[in-house]
Every structure is written in structure tokens, then in C-alpha cells.
Design a protein around this ligand. Structure first.
Ligand code: HPA
Length: 274
């Protein structure tokens, strides 16, 4: 795997002069954030050696190199999900490559269901912690010793400094920013009413089908993580409604401008950006 990571990073360095300090991963319906990026290069995933190809609706598969908030960035417009059939190593391979390209922080986003009864559709939730329900850990198997230790610490999965910074920025730009615990489920079926209730009872605030594998791999590489869930539907006891992928996409799209403003602010002020 290490050889593939190096090979892919070397290929990308021949395709762009941008040397990103920061990585961005755009979740379902959130690919529009790339319009805020001053784009230098757009490379479709299917042109990148060793990259899997996206299949899910609402995801474009491009690696975008450019500038956001004056910071050199690389953004994944579309990610790889476990439910699409990829292995955990495939799901997290791009993040390994971004680290090999030199990023020093990663900003992750996702569409998620709100299970905290105080949440509303369109809210942004900065992720403070997570609970992992994926059946497999991306670090299972031989340890990739070039990139990290066998038993990575997870006592601060989401960088505290960046969480504090995000609240400051949200106050300044007038975004109502929530904070909470993200639950990661493999999907692709949405949760049943009893499951939503269960996940709320164990301490979840939002639930989605991504992000956690990437966070585990990022922490393995000691990369600071900032994560935001866009609440695209609300599922709370006494008020369960039908879910659809299309509704999730539409709601995520609408919240895209808020997410872009928040990510831009975090990049501008993060101690890891420069
Ligand atoms: N559950 C799981 N994943 C999701 C949801 C949800 O309610 N909404 C958006 N992604």
C-alpha cells in the first residue's frame, strides 16, 4: 500500500503546482463548495492511478487543487463510502495520499440525520467526538508503519483548538453552530425509528454513513481533524418521517454556503494552515 500511496502522490505532483497545506472532504450534496475555491487544477478520480471511482448519486469525483481563504488546499469533491462496496482501505486511500502530498490538517464534512431534539434541518454541527458502528476498522491488518503507530490514540479525535475556533468564527459570521457526537453507521439503509432512538440514548447527536473511517486514518497519521455535519433530516422520538437520498441532497445543497463560509474562516485562522 505504501508504494501505491507514494506513486499516486508523485503523479499528482506532476499534475499541479499547488502544494496544499490543507485537505477538504466534501460530503453528499456539498460538492458546491468548490465554487468558493480559486481553482488551479481539477483532476477526475478516474485519471488518478490507484484511486477508486465514485458511484453514488450526488457525488462528483474530482480532486480539486487551489486556494480557499488564501490557503493552498486540495479538496475531494465526492468521497468513497463503505456502502458502495469499497474496502475500508479503499475508502481511506485518498486521505493517505493527501497526507503524502503534505497536508497538515483535514476538514471533513458530511450530510447527517439529526437525532438531538434541539436540531433543525439546515443546522451545521461541529463534531466533538464520534461512536463507530462500522463493522471493520480501516487500520485492521498489517500496520502501515511508514505513516503511523499500531495502536493510535483516540482521546482527542477532533482537534479542540479548531472546535473553539469554529465557534468564534460562527459567531462572527452569524451561523448558528451546533456541537455534538457523530454516530457512524455503514448504511446504505437509513435507520429504523427504534435505531434512531437507540443512537440518541447512547449519546449521539447526529448520524451518518461516512467520516469515521477517514478520522481513524487521519489520527493514525497524527493529522489534526476538523469535522462538520450538515443536518439534512431530523429523526427524533415522536416525530419520525420518511427519508430519501434526494431530500438529503437538497438540504445539504442549501446549507452549502454556510459550510463554505465556516471552512473558509477556519482555514484563514487555523494554526495548521501555514
Ligand atoms: N441516517 C444516516 N445517514 C444519513 C442520514 C440519516 O438519517 N441523513 C443523512 N445521512
Amino acid at each position: 500500500m505504501w508504494n501505491k500511496i507514494v506513486e499516486t502522490a508523485e503523479f499528482l505532483k506532476t499534475r499541479t503546482v499547488v502544494r496544499p497545506s490543507s485537505g477538504i472532504v466534501l460530503g453528499t450534496g456539498l460538492g458546491g463548495l468548490v465554487h468558493e475555491i480559486k481553482i488551479s487544477d481539477r483532476i477526475p478520480y478516474d485519471e488518478i492511478p490507484n484511486f477508486p471511482v465514485t458511484t453514488v448519486e450526488g457525488h462528483q469525483g474530482n480532486l480539486i487543487f487551489g486556494e480557499l481563504g488564501g490557503i493552498p488546499v486540495v479538496a475531494m469533491q465526492g468521497r468513497f463510502h463503505y456502502y458502495e462496496g469499497y474496502t475500508m482501505q479503499e475508502v481511506t486511500f485518498p486521505l493517505r495520499v493527501l497526507k503524502a502530498l503534505g497536508i497538515r490538517q483535514v476538514l471533513l464534512s458530511n450530510a447527517a440525520g439529526g437525532i438531538n431534539p434541539g436540531f433543525e434541518v439546515g443546522n451545521l454541527m461541529v463534531i466533538r467526538d464520534h461512536i463507530n458502528f462500522f463493522p471493520e476498522n480501516p487500520l485492521r491488518g498489517a500496520n502501515l508503519g511508514e505513516m503511523g503507530t499500531r495502536f493510535p490514540d483516540m482521546s482527542e479525535p477532533y482537534d479542540r483548538q479548531l472546535i473553539v475556533l469554529a465557534h468564534t468564527i460562527a459567531d462572527k459570521i452569524g451561523i448558528k453552530l451546533r456541537e455534538g457526537v457523530y454516530i457512524g453507521n455503514p448504511g446504505p439503509s437509513f435507520e429504523t425509528p427504534a435505531e434512531y432512538t437507540h443512537y440518541r440514548l447512547i449519546g449521539g447527536d447526529a448520524i451518518g454513513m461516512s467520516t469515521i473511517p477517514e478520522v481513524i486514518v487521519a489520527r493514525h497519521m497524527e493529522l489534526p481533524v476538523f469535522g462538520v455535519s450538515v443536518i439534512t433530516n431530523v429523526a427524533v422520538t415522536g416525530n419520525f418521517t420518511e427519508n430519501s437520498h434526494q431530500d438529503v441532497q437538497v438540504a445539504a445543497n442549501r446549507a452549502g454556503t454556510d459550510l463554505a463560509a465556516l471552512f473558509k474562516g477556519v482555514l484563514e485562522h487555523s494554526p495548521y494552515s501555514r
